[in-house]
Design a binder for this molecule. Structure first.
Ligand code: FAD
Length: 387
């Protein structure tokens, strides 16, 4: 076991109540040798951003083409299973293994009378698949959670004190150690020996981050439907490809039935920075309309004309780094200030191992759940100095 640093931090402040901040809080508070219950400062409400509006799809081996990411994803997939065994019973955040299929949806109106393919579940219209569907994952390799419920469950289990407030600045002492954070409208500094910045696509708004790396956003849309007969919808995640018209851009929406009886459909993304206030984010009508159209093509159960109810029409922002890898580790030049962001489309999957490794780095001085070297924010400065 790694040695505990001579003075492990007593006061840890986490900034951002998304899945990454919440998992970090959980693993700090459950650390075997030095359990530390942090304070978490969230501008809006826990899981108000992408962590509450994501699909919640989990895959064991879909990040395998990048070795560092593969280790993070595989460790996280195993942690999700372990967390579900200890937390999901009481908190009911809908962890379950799923079948996963790839389906090419025809551009033109579906032709009734197509014979059903044996891989297609009964609730998917046989004519929704222009070619034989492909199996992308099995219940051994793919699973799901309800991301918003998962985030709130791990945060609640951490026992963290949650403060609603907007972090404006990281306060640094003369000896380059973190002193705490300044919160808008509050006098003084919220003192801390360690600060974790888990602000998703908003991370780059703080000077301490902007000086080292760029974090951008991708806006993506989603709808949540309650089908007429939810009991007929089986646990099959669907990855679609759909060309709305000849020559038009291919779309790649995703469909996730949830154990709550709802069906989540997402897609329609574009590069765009998040607005300052997460509470003001809304979906664009054209994108929402396209998701309804695609959902209706896939299954009559998902057509509002046939009794499906609309539960949500929404948008949120993926947090992205410039090299596509998450940014996890201590900020160069500010001892005790850590960052965890840039998880792009895999933040729900990768949050547990991120939180576990960061908690080890903060409390033990070294991460052992996964090697964080490839994710260090220092990589951006090294690249800059080589130019
Ligand atoms: C449509 C869509 C579908 C997705 N599907 C999946 C999926 O199926 N599987 C998967 O693994 N991933 C998925 N993702 C990706 C995943 O949602 C994200 O990677 C993840 O939620 C990012 O979590 P986070 O905690 O880093 O950021 P966020 O969830 O954005 O949380 C950041 C938090 O910081 C708060 N904040 C911002 N500024 C401040 C401030 N100054 N002070 C205090 N608080 C502040 C915000 O209010 C917010 O709550 C999806 C994303 C989208 C958009």
């Amino acid at each position: 076991m790694a040695a505990i640093p001579a003075t492990p931090p007593r006061r840890v402040v986490i900034c951002g109540g998304g899945v990454v901040g919440s998992c970090t809080a959980y693993f700090l508070s459950t650390h075997a040798a030095a359990p530390t219950v942090p304070t978490l400062i969230e501008k809006c409400a826990p899981a108000c951003g992408a962590s509450g509006k994501a699909g919640g799809f989990l895959a064991l081996d879909w990040c395998d083409s990048t070795p560092s990411l593969s280790a993070l994803a595989r460790a996280s997939f195993a942690l999700h299973r372990r967390l579900a065994a200890s937390l999901d019973g009481a908190a009911a955040y809908g962890y379950r293994p799923v079948h996963t299929l790839s389906i090419c949806v025809p551009s033109d109106a579906p032709r009734p009378g197509s014979p059903p393919h044996p891989l297609l579940p009964g609730w998917v219209d046989p004519a929704a698949s222009a070619a034989p569907p492909r199996e992308l994952g099995t219940p051994e390799t793919t699973a799901q959670v309800h991301p918003g419920l998962f985030t709130k469950a791990v945060l609640a289990a951490s026992g963290a004190e949650v403060v609603v407030g907007e972090v404006e600045r990281v306060v640094v002492r003369d000896d380059c150690r973190v002193a705490g954070v300044a919160v808008k409208g509050r006098d003084g500094v919220v003192d801390a020996d360690a600060v974790v910045l888990a602000l998703g696509p908003w991370s780059g708004r703080l000077d301490v981050v902007r000086e080292v790396c760029h974090v951008s956003g991708i806006k993506a849309h989603s709808i949540v439907l309650r089908p007429r007969e939810p009991e007929k919808i089986t646990p099959h995640a669907l990855f679609l490809s759909y060309q709305p018209a000849p020559g038009a851009k291919m779309l790649d929406p995703e469909v996730y039935p949830r154990p709550t009886g709802e069906v989540y459909v997402c897609g329609m993304s574009k590069d765009e920075d998040a607005p300052d206030d997460p509470a003001t984010i809304t979906g664009e009508p054209d994108s929402i309309a396209m998701l309804h159209k695609i959902a209706g093509r896939v299954s009559s159960h998902l057509r509002t004309e046939e009794g499906a109810k609309v539960v949500a029409e929404q948008a949120c922002y993926l947090p992205c780094s410039t090299d596509g890898l998450p940014i996890i580790g201590e900020m160069p030049g500010v001892k005790g200030c850590y960052i965890a962001t840039g998880h792009s489309c895999w933040g729900i999957l990768n949050a547990p191992a991120t939180g576990a490794a960061l908690a080890e780095l903060i409390l033990d001085g070294k991460a052992k759940t996964v090697d964080l070297e490839a994710f260090s924010p220092a990589r951006f400065l090294k690249r800059r100095s080589r130019r």
